[in-house]
Every structure is written in C-alpha cells, then in structure tokens.
Design a protein around this ligand. Structure first.
Ligand SMILES: Nc1ncnc2c1ncn2[C@@H]1O[C@H](COP(=O)(O)OP(=O)(O)O)[C@@H](O)[C@H]1O
Ligand SMILES: [Mg+2]
Length: 473
C-alpha cells in the first residue's frame, strides 16, 4: 500500500528511539532519535555492540527474553532497561522488541523501540529520596509528627509518641485522636479549630491522655494537604509537643501576680476601712457620753459597719484561691467596685480618679474574679504613672458585640520601644513592681476572647482599651 521510501522516512523522522536488525543481529540500523537518546553520532553507534551501551545488570534479562524470540517461544517482549549514555549517565527506557515480517520477501527482522522514561525515573528517585529524608526527620524529632486522614484518624505516627505519651506508634494507627483528648477540652478544641479555619495552619492546645491514664497539655499545629488538581483536602499533617511545663509555669506566674495584686489591694482596703471606722468610733464615743441610745447614731454606725463588711468580703473573694467560673458579669459593677476601692488611695495622694458610664451596659460572660484582677492592675498602673494633680478617667461603653472599658491617664506614658515589651513577664519600671500584671491581664482577656490595646505618648499619658465580647463563643 505504501512504498518503502515512506517507511524509511517514518523510521528516520520518528522522535521515538528505534532500531531495526536482522534476526542474527549481523545488520543493525539505529534511527537518529536512538542516537540522540544515547548521545552518539550515527557513525559512532554503528561501531558499538548493544552490550556496550546496555547496563550490565539488565543484560541477562534482555538476553534471556531475546533468546525467546530467537527460539520462537514469543514474538515480542517488553522490558524496563537501563542504557549507558555516551557521557556515562544512566538512561532508563521501556524497550519493546518485536519480530516483524517483510511481506513481499518473507524475510524476518527485529524491531526495537524505546520509550524514554529517564526523567520520570529521576523524579521518582528524587521523591523517594525526599520522602526518606522527611521520614528521617520525623523519626528523630522530639515533637510528635503525625499524618491523618481527613477524618483525623492516624495514618502515620512518629516514634517520639512513645516518649511523650507512652504509646507505641502502631497502637494509634487507624484510631481517632478524639478518644485521647480530655472530654472537657473537646468543645474548646473545636472552637479553636473553627476560629483559625481560614488560616494556613491551625494551632490548638488541649489535654491528651497518656498511656498511664494521666493527662498532659499538648500543643498541636495542623495543616491540611489538598489535592493539587481538585483542591479537595487529602490528608492532614500535625506536629505536636508537650507543653505541660509551660502551662505549669504560666499558672505559677498567674498565682504570683495574684499575690501581688492582693498585696496592693490590702493597702487600699486598709485605707477604705479606716474611713468608716472614724465615724463609728465618733458615734460610739457620743453614745458612751450621752448614756442614751440615739437611733440616728445607730443607723450611721450600722451603715458604716456594713460598708466595712462589704470591703472585707470583696477583699477576701479576690484573695481566696478560686477556680475560674464563667457566669454573667456586670462589667459596670465590677469596674465601679475597683474604682471605689482605689479612690481613697488616689484622693490621699491628690490624684483624680473618675468613672463614667453613660449608657446601659449589658452583662457579659466571664469570670468576675479574673476580670477584677485585670481592672485592678490596669487602674493601679495608671495611678502609679501619674503624679500629684494627675487625672485618670475610666470610661465604659459598648458596641454591637461587646463592652469597652477604657482607662485614660495623663501620666508619664510609655516610650515606643518599651511599648513593644509590655506583656513580657517581669518587665517593670517600678521599684516594687512585679512586671506580671500586664502579662496576666493579657492572658485573662485572651481567655475571654477579648482584646487589650495600649496606646501611649511618652510624657503625655496612656490609654488602655479593653474590649470584651458579650458571649465567649
Ligand atoms: N498606664 C501606664 N502608664 C505608664 N506605664 C505603664 C502603664 N501601664 C503599664 N506601664 C508600664 O508597664 C510596666 C509593666 O506593668 P505591669 O505588668 O502591670 O507590672 P508592674 O505594675 O508590676 O510594673 C510597668 O512597670 C510600667 O512601666
Ligand atoms: Mg501593675
């Protein structure tokens, strides 16, 4: 049907490395693509034997299959075979050898074709190498590195899980992490996860059950790996570490800050109690000298005693160790109490401390004692910052989603450079300061999902703005 020159052209023009040979291999013809494949010129390759550019390890298999063609067991075979390029590089190809018959003469030939898969092989090798490297990193890391299915069940768990949690990796494979998470932390974890849902990776903290049944605090970063093409989530990688120590230290710092606040409060309370004691003492003396009980005097005495009682009980709730409890909190009342408590101290030093709240402020969800600690510290900080004749204004307002408490002072201010250090523990410029107040305040407000913002101009004053959402979730 087609003439021989056409076949000749097809063979020579083809981009696929090809070779035609007589059955006894006495005549071999390579096409230019084959020469390119191995880097030789047509003349050079014609001088070479097939063995000379075949990888020695692949030769026996090739020879055996080739033998099959010669003996007539098969007419064709396929083999992944390595070739040696003129420059010494290894090329990999899928070699296809078949027996073909020239119809007109009945003469038989061998046709060899090679599909060059060198690049694919190299990529596979590189990938395998990379995988091995990552695995090595995972296996020797002290962090727990895990691979999860999209439903979070474990696919791979690094050996460090043994040191951190006491489990052997195989004990976790196929299981769901939720069964190891402290029941009290599950909702909170879901919330943290949802909050950071649109971020590249997510950071969550929770208590995890060890093999011995005890719980430790763990911090995990998770990242979802998506399919390159469809964008569908495919797997989740997580890196987790033991933060038990860190949590314990934080708790200790929080406690020592509380002690400091209580100490400060004790001074304020002493002043506050001395005030009502003066009229009580006065009226008692009157009672003593008049020898008759005047109900008006009694009323004053009782009112003042009530005031003393409330101050003391306020002080005791602050000082008592307490577990954080979330209830509805009237921020207005909480702040007012703290302002009242610190007012006497302020007045004695000729400092002005004013409280403003013009509108109705709804209750928020939170722990009243922790919040008191925050306001106590922020207002005390403002008092420390102002000199005589200085002024502090505490304003309460609201927006659509929360309550805003602003403490404005015209005190010494904070320089830009120091502003960036606020919230670091033990950073204090005061002789008797602990430098723990702001750190604790930040943490408490954070746990209420609120925000603290501090703006200050050196030498002019500071504004601390605290925003707290109505609802924690
Ligand atoms: N209103 C403010 N005006 C000026 N400086 C402030 C104010 N509030 C905080 N600071 C600075 O921040 C530091 C840290 O405050 P804090 O953490 O409460 O610790 P402490 O009050 O024990 O020093 C203070 O020592 C002070 O230098
Ligand atoms: Mg302070």
């Amino acid at each position: 049907m087609f003439n021989l020159t056409l076949y000749h052209e097809v063979f020579y023009q083809s981009r696929i490395p090809q070779v035609i040979a007589s059955i006894d291999l006495s005549k071999i013809q390579y096409n230019p693509a084959f020469c390119d494949f191995l880097g030789y010129t047509m003349d050079e390759i014609s001088e070479l034997t097939i063995e000379s550019f075949s990888h020695p390890e692949d030769m026996p298999k090739d020879a055996q299959l080739f033998g099959g063609i010669l003996s007539g067991i098969r007419d064709e075979y396929q083999l992944e075979k390595r070739f040696i390029h003129k420059l010494g590089d290894i090329k990999t190809g899928i070699l296809n050898v078949s027996r073909v018959r020239e119809q007109s003469t009945g003469e038989e030939f061998l046709l060899g074709q090679v599909l060059d898969i060198t690049e694919k092989k190299q990529m596979e090798m590189a990938l395998r190498h990379r995988e091995k490297k990552y695995r090595l990193l995972a296996e020797h890391s002290s962090d727990m590195i895990m691979l999860h299915k999209v439903d979070f069940t474990y696919l791979y768990v690094s050996p460090s899980v043994k040191t951190v949690l006491g489990y052997e990796p195989f004990e976790l494979i196929g299981k769901s992490p939720s069964q190891f998470i402290h029941p009290d932390d599950r909702d909170e974890m879901r919330r943290q996860y949802r909050l950071s849902a649109n971020q590249d990776s997510q950071l969550i903290t929770y208590r995890c059950r060890k093999k011995d049944g005890s719980y430790i605090w763990i911090e995990s970063t998770t990242k979802t790996l998506s399919d390159n093409v469809s964008g569908e989530p495919k797997e989740i990688v997580s890196v987790s570490r033991d933060i038990q120590q860190r949590m314990e230290t934080n708790e200790m710092l929080r406690k020592s800050e509380k002690l400091a606040v209580v100490g400060q409060m004790a001074a304020a309370v002493a002043h506050e109690i001395r005030n009502p004691l003066t009229p009580i003492k006065g009226f008692m003396q009157l009672l003593h000298s008049e020898n008759e009980i005047n109900p008006i005097y009694l009323k004053v005495i009782l009112d003042e005693l009530k005031r003393v009682e409330s101050i003391i009980s306020e002080f005791l709730t602050m000082a008592k160790p307490h577990t954080e409890k979330t209830t509805f909190v009237q921020i207005n009342d909480v702040v007012k109490q703290i302002v009242q408590l610190l007012q006497t101290e302020a007045l004695m030093m000729n400092k002005e401390l004013n409280f403003f709240s013009s509108e109705f402020i709804p209750a928020i969800e939170g722990d009243p004692n922790s919040l008191k600690q925050v306001f106590m510290n922020v207002i005390q900080n403002a008092l420390d910052a102002i000199t005589e004749q200085g002024r502090i204004e505490v304003n309460i307002s609201k927006d659509k989603t929360g309550v805003i408490v602003q403490v404005v002072d015209n005190g010494c201010g904070i320089s830009q450079e120091r502003l960036s250090k606020l919230g670091e523990p033990f950073y204090s410029t005061k002789e008797k300061g602990t430098g723990l107040g702001l750190m604790t305040s930040y943490r408490i407000i954070e746990s209420h999902n609120g925000k603290i913002n501090i703006e200050s101009i050196d030498g002019e004053g500071t504004t601390v703005t605290i925003w707290l959402p109505y609802s924690i979730n």
